[in-house]
Design a protein around this ligand. Structure first.
Ligand SMILES: [Zn+2]
Length: 290
């Protein structure tokens, strides 16, 4: 190859690489369900990296590493939950100023504060609001493809309405039914379904990785033995010996148990994940009005 041509190639390659990068928007989501929605809205215009995506890990115990900081360095759009669920994200973003990236904090959009139940993606009101914010950020980054983002946002919003339909159906048949849980993961959805939740203090202890009090454990056990709950929800991302024992008691009492996870399962879109959980709840509650 002539020397001149090599020199031209050497000049051109980094430019090609640069333009390839400019053609897509790098999105970093702290949690995989937000990353999933960003991918659904961004399509082939985005490259999405979700930091918390391991369904076998307790997100409440996650510690950011240098690779987390590196992932954030190139991000044009950043999405995280807030409400003290991912405080490492606040620290990483705070440490690095002078960037023009767009940051979406889901908790701020739905007016939740530290101390509130952080599992806001189980509130059916949350994701449509976050989806709109993601579309707005992507359009601001890439206004030339505004119509594509708007079209995919409409499709996402329409598919999220299926979740509301399922919620309304269960609520119509079962509002007022009493349930319990090992952790407050499903709390907002239980409220949306009109279910009465028992054992809230016990749930906060498990979520915060602290020992529940003996009286809270005793009240939980009594509720199961006396079949005061129609479902026991448990966090299938956290293995806790006290919870395992309570699950055994629930099964013995004939109370259906429904596993819920903090993070989106592998290869399951957010909408299908929520609908699958709601269908399990509907089946566990049995015939309406009972
Ligand atoms: Zn949690």
């Amino acid at each position: 190859m002539p020397k001149g041509l090599l020199a031209i190639l050497a000049l051109a390659l980094p430019l090609l690489g640069g333009s390839a990068r400019a053609a897509t928007i790098t999105v970093v989501a702290a949690e995989n369900f937000y990353g999933d929605i960003a991918r659904q809205i961004g399509g082939d215009r985005v490259v999405v990296d979700s930091i918390l995506s391991n369904p076998n890990q307790d997100p409440h115990l996650f510690e950011a590493s240098p690779s987390t900081a590196r992932a954030l360095a190139d991000a044009r759009v950043v999405i995280y939950n807030g409400v003290d669920y991912d405080p490492w994200m606040v620290r990483l973003l705070g440490a690095d100023d002078g960037t023009t990236r767009r940051v979406i904090v889901a908790g701020d959009l739905v007016h939740r504060r530290p101390g509130d139940n952080p599992h806001i993606w189980y509130d059916p009101a949350t994701m449509p609001i976050v989806a709109r914010a993601i579309a707005t950020a992507l359009i601001a980054e890439d206004p030339g493809h505004r119509a594509d983002y708007a079209r995919r946002l409409d499709a996402v919003l329409a598919s999220l309405e299926a979740i509301d339909g399922e919620v309304n159906g269960i609520r119509a048949g079962h509002a007022g039914a009493t349930v319990t849980a090992s952790e407050p993961v499903f709390g907002y959805m239980a409220t949306a379904l009109g279910l009465q939740m028992r054992d809230s203090r016990f749930q906060l202890s498990i979520m915060n990785d602290t020992e529940p009090s003996a009286s809270d454990v005793a009240a939980f056990e009594e509720g199961l033995r006396d079949r005061k709950a129609k479902i026991m929800f448990f966090n299938n991302q956290v293995v806790d010996p006290t919870v395992m024992r309570l699950l055994g008691l629930a099964r013995k009492a004939g109370i259906p148990v429904v596993g819920v996870s903090e993070l989106e399962p592998l290869d399951t879109p957010y909408q299908a994940w929520m609908l699958g959980t709601l269908q399990a709840v509907d089946a566990a509650l049995g015939p309406p009005g009972k």
